[in-house]
Design a protein around this ligand. Structure first.
Ligand code: FAD
Length: 448
């Protein structure tokens, strides 16, 4: 490899929605980009065993907090979006704008380029319809949610979303990486980035380990998109002392209602309908998961008598905007207690879910224990990052869920994509300005 082979305009670490969009857009703008991902790049098979390996192994992919609450994330090309439930929730623009981040235009552009729409009636399932109808009867503003789904490829009576969709119906950021690679990006899987190279207040590369070999790569811009846990960990190893503290995870429980005469409710797209109580910081939606996962949730909550029940059950997810009580300890242990305020929100959400389920005809309700699907706000805009997602070091940026300035309690992917799109434009426009400056001084044109 000649020395110019590992010099790039930009290096992107991580391939979730944050890394995917920034890599894809920078390549579109003509930049030479290297993408590094610690996980595998195997084709998605929609199998439980594969999902387990990519996101749910305690202590590895799945950090388990001291209090035993799992924080779920995906370690594979596409990151957590491989196993997400594909709800495209409109960002809280006002909150972001209070921190100087306006992504309205970028979100409009994303709505044009990605498959974002409410689920078609043909894919609706009786349990989700009954949940929406019963919530509306009680006065809750429940409606169909926008999904990131190519609905012409989506199968009725299928529960593969959360396992990883093998039909390419569920949009995920693996598709952005494929596009970036098709257009010329260099991409290395099973490449664990260990350290960011920084000198005289400026980042200039990274060090990664792949197949037992440690290698350095050099970039004009370094963008860390390793997710809400991975990004603060990497920054800590690179000399940042105060990141990875006070983060949120949007804890969620599932409340089940058993309805004797309901038929055919089992397999479906999760989160087809839902509503958000903004003041209370509580979101409710239907949540169909594969039978095996529901059984695991039942066992985790000691609901042993419910393990075999599936087809006549309406599952309702309650997700809350939590306190910033998360903390990464040392080089990887995670602590994320459920505070009293979080528990009060979960309890309130559970009561609302029960009311809705009883209205729907449930003869029995029971709940899962909390899991945490959205680690975020661990390297915050306004505290660790400026409004352009830049760290205190020149040329070093963060683009993922960590950058959230505050807890939102809502599905974050559309917000992350909007922030990434805006960052790509910023890098390209600031490069043009600095290139012109440098070219004027030296008579040459620089990289990004
Ligand atoms: C079960 C579940 C359902 C969800 N459903 C929804 C939903 O419906 N809608 C929604 O908007 N959001 C949903 N989410 C959340 C959403 O998927 C995540 O918030 C989003 O993927 C975060 O994107 P990210 O770019 O921050 O990081 P991630 O998607 O977590 O990607 C980070 C990537 O970085 C890689 N990485 C980490 N460390 C390193 C390193 N040192 N070197 C190299 N690579 C590294 C990881 O392997 C990973 O691929 C869900 C999450 C879960 C768990």
């Amino acid at each position: 490899m000649s020395s110019s082979d590992n010099k790039y305009d930009a290096i992107v670490v991580g391939t979730g929605p944050g890394g995917g969009i920034i890599a894809r857009d920078l390549v579109k703008y003509g930049k030479k980009v290297l993408i590094l991902e610690r996980g595998d790049d195997e084709p998605t098979r929609g199998k439980f065993s594969q999902m387990l390996g990519r996101g749910w192994i305690p202590g590895s992919q799945l950090p388990v907090t001291y209090s035993g609450k799992p924080i779920v994330r995906g370690i594979t090309t596409g990151g957590t979006s491989n196993i997400y439930t594909a709800t495209a929730y409109t960002p809280d623009f006002d909150l972001l704008e209070r921190f100087g981040v306006n992504i309205r235009r970028e979100v409009d552009e994303l709505r044009n380029e990605l498959p974002i729409a409410p689920i078609e009636d043909r894919l609706m399932n009786p349990a989700a319809s009954l949940f929406m109808q019963s919530a509306n009867e009680l006065g809750y503003p429940c409606k169909k949610l926008d999904k990131f789904i190519y609905q012409d490829k989506c199968l009725r009576n299928c529960d593969n979303c959360i396992l990883g969709c093998p039909n390419e119906a569920k949009w995920n950021s693996r598709m952005l990486i494929d596009e970036a690679v098709t257009n010329g990006a260099a991409f290395i899987n099973r490449a664990m980035v260990k350290k960011i190279l920084i000198s005289s207040g400026s980042a200039f590369g990274i060090e990664y380990k792949c197949k037992g070999t440690t290698t350095k790569a050099y970039g004009e811009k370094i963008i860390i998109s390793a997710g809400g846990i991975g990004t603060p960990l990497l920054l800590r190893k690179s000399g940042f002392s105060n990141v990875g503290e006070h983060f949120c995870t949007d804890p969620a429980i599932v409340v089940y209602g058993e309805i004797p005469n309901l038929k055919g409710t089992g397999k479906a797209v999760p989160m087809m309908t839902g509503f958000h109580l903004k003041e209370e910081g509580i979101m409710l939606s239907d949540l169909h998961v594969p039978r095996v996962l529901k059984s695991l949730f039942d066992i985790h909550a000691f609901n042993f008598g419910e393990v075999s029940k599936y087809d006549n059950v309406i599952p309702v997810m309650v997700k809350v905007r939590d306190d910033l009580s998360g903390k990464i300890i040392g080089n990887g242990l995670v602590d994320k207690p459920i505070s009293k305020a979080d528990q009060a929100k979960l309890d309130k959400g559970r009561e609302i879910a029960k009311q809705i389920l009883l209205q729907a005809g449930a003869v029995k309700t029971y709940s899962s224990r909390p899991i945490s699907p959205h680690p975020a706000a661990s390297v915050k805009i306004g505290e660790h990052l400026d409004e352009n997602l830049k760290t205190k070091f020149a040329n070093l940026y963060v683009c993922d869920a960590s950058a959230y300035p505050a807890p939102l309690g809502l599905p974050p992917t559309l917000t992350i994509l909007g922030m990434g799109k805006r960052l790509a434009k910023h890098l390209v426009s600031s490069a043009t300005e600095s290139s012109i400056g440098r070219a004027e001084k030296s008579g040459s044109v620089g990289l990004v």
